[in-house]
Design a binder for this molecule. Structure first.
Ligand code: GRF
Length: 206
C-alpha cells in the first residue's frame, strides 16, 4: 500500500469542509489514503483552528496582515514544507496565490467553490445563485491557478434551487454536498487517477 498523502489544509473561516476532510481521513473514505498533517489559517480568530486542535492536528496562524502576497505565501510554504505536505487543500481559504506558491506545489493545490464554475465565481456562490434565479447550482472542486476560482475542474456536483430558497437554505444543502464532494475529489488524487490535460482533467478508471 502507498504511503498516505500528506494534506495541508488552508482555511480562513468556519472550516466545515476542513472538518469533513479530517473526518474522512480518520474514519471515512480517505482512511489509510491521506492524513491531514497541518491546518493553516490566515485569520487568527477562525473557527477552523479550533476544529483542527480538536482533531489533534497542528493549527497554525499565518497572518497576512501588512504583507505582500508573495511574502505571505513564502511564510505559508515554509510551514507546509515543515510538515512535508504533498497536497494543499483550500477549504474556504479566501486569498489568491502568487506564482511562487503554485510553483512550490505544481498541480498539487486544489480548491472547492460553492457554485458550478464558471458561474458565480467569488465569495458568495450561494447568494449569487439565489439572486440570479438559476434552477440548478452546485459545487466544483478544481485545481488552483493564479486566477480566482478558475483552474481545471476535477468534479462538480449539482443541487436544485427552489423558488423558496434563500442563501441560508441553499447554503445548508450546498455544504452537505461539498462535504462529500471534497473528500471524493481528494480520493481521486490519492489514487493517482487524475491527469491535467490543458484545461481539462482526465479521470482514469480503476
Ligand atoms: C464553502 O462554501 C466553500 O465552497 C467556499 O467557502 C466556504 C467555506 O465554508 N470556498 P467552510 O469554512 O468550509 O464551512
Amino acid at each position: 500500500m502507498n504511503k498516505p498523502v500528506r494534506i495541508g489544509i488552508l482555511a480562513s473561516g468556519t472550516g466545515s469542509n476542513a472538518e469533513a476532510i479530517m473526518n474522512a481521513c480518520e474514519t471515512g473514505r480517505l482512511k489509510g489514503k491521506a492524513i491531514v498533517s497541518v491546518l493553516i489559517s490566515n485569520n487568527p480568530d477562525a473557527l477552523c483552528l479550533t476544529r483542527a486542535k480538536n482533531h489533534n492536528i497542528p493549527a497554525i496562524i499565518c497572518s497576512n496582515a501588512g504583507l505582500e502576497r508573495e511574502e505571505h505565501d513564502r511564510n505559508m510554504v515554509k510551514e507546509l514544507k515543515k510538515f512535508s505536505v504533498d497536497l494543499v487543500v483550500c477549504a474556504g481559504y479566501m486569498r489568491l496565490f502568487s506564482t511562487y506558491f503554485l510553483e512550490q506545489f505544481p498541480n498539487r493545490v486544489i480548491n472547492i467553490h460553492n457554485a458550478l464554475l464558471p458561474s458565480f465565481r467569488g465569495m458568495h456562490g450561494y447568494r449569487d445563485a439565489v439572486e440570479y434565479g438559476v434552477k440548478i447550482t452546485g459545487c466544483t472542486v478544481h485545481f488552483v491557478d493564479v486566477e480566482m476560482d478558475h483552474g481545471p475542474i476535477i468534479l462538480q456536483k449539482v443541487l436544485e434551487v427552489t423558488f423558496e430558497d434563500t442563501e441560508e437554505t441553499l447554503k445548508e444543502r450546498g455544504l452537505e454536498l461539498e462535504h462529500n464532494a471534497f473528500p471524493e475529489a481528494i480520493e481521486l488524487f490519492c489514487d493517482g487517477r487524475l491527469k491535467i490535460v490543458g484545461r481539462k482533467v482526465k479521470i482514469y478508471p480503476y
